[in-house]
Design a protein. Structure first.
Length: 42
């Protein structure tokens, strides 16, 4: 049972990391264009 919980935690952590990386990439892509102004002015 403990190993199962640890594996779930590892999957959640890796998913969170990939999610953070995805948001960073999206933010960097949009920050270089006019889309950033749309989000900041909204």
């Amino acid at each position: 049972m403990l190993l199962h919980c640890l594996s779930l935690l590892a999957e959640w952590e890796s998913g969170l990391r990939s999610g953070l990386v995805l948001w960073i990439v999206v933010y960097r892509c949009y920050s270089g264009t006019g889309f950033a102004n749309i989000f900041t002015s909204a």
